[in-house]
Design a binder for this molecule. Sequence first.
Ligand code: C5P
Length: 233
Amino acid sequence: MSKNIENRDRLIVALDVPTSKQAIELVDLLGERVSFYKIGLELFMSGEYFELLDQLSARGKKIFVDLKFFDVPATVGRAVAQLNGKGVTFATVHGNDSIMRAAADNKGDVQILAVTVLTSLDRGDLDDLGFKCDVAELVLSRARRAVELGCDGVVASGQEASAMREKLGDSFMVVTPGIRPVDNDDDQKRVVTAEQAFTNGADYIVVGRPIRDAQDPRAAAEALQAEINAVFS
Ligand code: C5P
């Protein structure tokens, strides 16, 4: 399936900052270099979430609502329905089959991404949670069910993207956080570079701290866009 994604939209910047003022400062600093933003839990708790959503829309930006909905299916369905008509491109859901189905059935004009296994978790963390299977197998089985249940795509590490493409095809989106240039010492464990993510089959990457905390965020975004253009030229 041809997804017709513009190269520039393939970079989604995570606005992980405490206030909408700081978020807009970063958005305006990045300017035309970035067209797609993810707003998550930190900004949700600022109380300024929907004002910020409108400000991003007014600037012509695409918006990814990353609140990882997880609740009983009826509540998840009704929460997702609330996003309809608000100018949201992607929203995340994190749960079992009935939760994913409820999100997909109520998506309206929003595309639903299912979180497979957080990229901050590794084998040891899954053991702690009581999952005895392999990380790659778990990601694949969750992705397969998400697609069958009507989700538009999955959030998954670039390390698992190629297996998903091989086994499940190309009809769904793979959105990959955990992008790091080389060795990494923060909380993200299953990391890949931007180039690896795309060559493994990702459609979009999500990048937060490597841009937010860069000495020159504009240069960091430009470098990632250049990497994207090189892969898709
Ligand atoms: O700063 P960093 O580049 O690690 O940011 C990654 C972003 O992607 C964070 O906002 C995090 O919440 C989000 N995310 C993730 N893993 C998932 C889903 C979302 O890291 N499975």
